[in-house]
Design a protein around this ligand. Structure first.
Ligand SMILES: *Cc1c(COP(=O)(O)O)cnc(C)c1O
Length: 425
């Protein structure tokens, strides 16, 4: 089952009365910390070195990044803003990995300023990186591998062959030779081939693929890979009938692959890096919204005060997010299913389609589960929708606002409104 919402109906109503109007995102700090520790406990003791770079795009909030940094996590960035957020949160140096694509110069410069590991998406980026850094490459450089037809992707990320990311195998060998010739001394190998995958075997296979490739690279070029980064993509059980991944089971199998491939290849000690986002915060964040309208036409619609601008995954991927009606957790479902909709002028603005839920009255609070990653972060302003607040439940039971809700003034702040009265048409 999706994790229960950590507040009761009266506690949630108190929050709202205290000035946190719906919709809002709530994150559970204690649960995020416990989960971060479980991942580290599974992997860190089994490898010569282990770094988990939290994928900042999952929840780009520096308060959450600081919590994860205090648990020993680094960060995976793919934009200038994400690099700056790491700097604000105190994550610097090789704890940051820049894995961007179509990378502008300013990202290379900022990553180098922070001492981040730069992970190049293509051979054609070697020269622009060198130019951006004033004619030299960093000592450490990593490349992103795209296995193409050798691996199946899944519904969210698509097939590797059709993905814009990464280098082909022949390009990868050329890239390491080129980087070595230009003075790079420490090499990393990265891939990210799947998203929200709940099959542990898939993740083990990704590590095995990189281990074999690292062994091939050593054999064919003499270049030693010092770390492999298996990316993110660990799935979470969005649906009540799904089960969470067992970190320990994956770590044990990845270590077995390490013993079978890395040790005999003479590549031990090799560091293992990961870039999990979704599985770290996803189950420990909820979107709280209020039912405000209902209508009955060809079906029953429950209208809430959030919309797909607050949580885009159902509209974008047809993703399932479990819904709890606060105070009606144990109530039997209404006789007919409902569509739970937002107010956007888009018919795919639906959080649930033909879902059996308890009878919902206007004013009821609805909780959308597993919204703690790629949730608020994917928000947008279409139809002039204002982005909602993010709240954090601290381990002592208090709730703090870690991002306020946007106002209309925020939304209009980039318009030169002072020029409008005199503007002639
Ligand atoms: C999105 C992304 C991640 C994180 O993926 P999750 O599915 O959230 O674990 C990691 N690495 C890269 C390069 C990404 O683009």
């Amino acid at each position: 089952m999706p994790r229960p919402f950590p507040l009761t109906l009266p506690q949630t109503e108190t929050l709202v009365a205290a000035g946190h109007p719906t919709p809002f995102h709530l994150y559970d700090e204690a649960a995020i910390r416990a989960n971060a520790r479980a991942l580290t406990a599974a992997f860190a003791p089994r490898f010569p070195a282990f770094v988990q770079h939290f994928a900042v795009k999952a929840t780009p909030n520096p308060f959450l990044l600081r919590i994860l940094a205090s648990e020993g996590f680094g960060a995976d960035c793919s934009s200038l803003a994400e690099l700056r957020l790491c700097d604000l949160a105190g994550i610097r140096g090789r704890l940051i990995m820049l894995t961007s694509n179509d990378t502008p110069d300013e990202e290379f410069v900022e990553a180098a300023r922070l001492g981040a590991i730069i992970n190049l998406d293509d051979l054609s980026l070697v020269d622009p990186l060198r130019a951006a850094l004033g004619g030299h490459l960093p000592d450490t450089l990593s490349f992103r591998y795209n296995p193409g037809p050798l691996r199946d992707g899944n519904a969210i990320i698509g097939k590797p062959e059709e993905a814009k990311y990464g280098l082909t195998r022949p390009q990868l060998f050329e890239a390491y030779r080129r980087a070595a010739a230009l003075g790079v001394t420490t090499f990393g190998l990265h891939t990210m081939v799947v998203s929200n995958e709940l099959d542990p075997a898939y993740h083990v296979e990704t590590a095995r693929m990189l281990f074999e490739l690292a062994a091939d690279i050593l054999r064919e070029t003499g270049i030693r890979i010092s770390f492999v980064n298996t990316g993110g993509g660990l799935g979470i059980p969005y649906r009540p009938d799904q089960r969470p991944l067992d970190y320990d089971e994956i770590a044990r199998a990845v270590r077995a692959a390490y013993d079978a491939i890395i040790v005999p290849a003479g590549l031990d000690p090799l560091a293992l890096h990961m870039e999990c986002g979704r599985c770290i915060t996803g189950p420990y964040g909820w979107l709280v919204t209020r039912a405000i309208r209902h209508k009955d036409t060809y079906r029953r619609y429950v209208g809430v005060d959030a919309c797909m601008a607050d949580l885009m995954r159902p509209a974008l991927y047809g993703a399932y997010h479990h819904i709890t009606v606060l105070g009606k957790e144990d109530a039997p479902p209404a006789p007919a299913p409902v569509d739970v909709v937002g107010s956007l002028c888009e018919n795919n603005d639906k959080f649930a389609i033909q879902r059996l839920l308890p009878p919902i009255a206007d004013g009821d609070l609805l909780v959308l589960h597993d919204a703690g990653a790629h949730g608020h972060a994917m928000g947008f302003n279409y139809n002039g929708k204002l982005r909602h607040a993010e709240l954090l439940l601290r381990p002592d039971g208090t709730v703090v606002e870690i991002r306020r809700a946007e106002t209309l003034d925020d939304l209009f702040a980039t318009l030169p409104l002072a020029d409008l009265p005199a503007f002639s048409v």
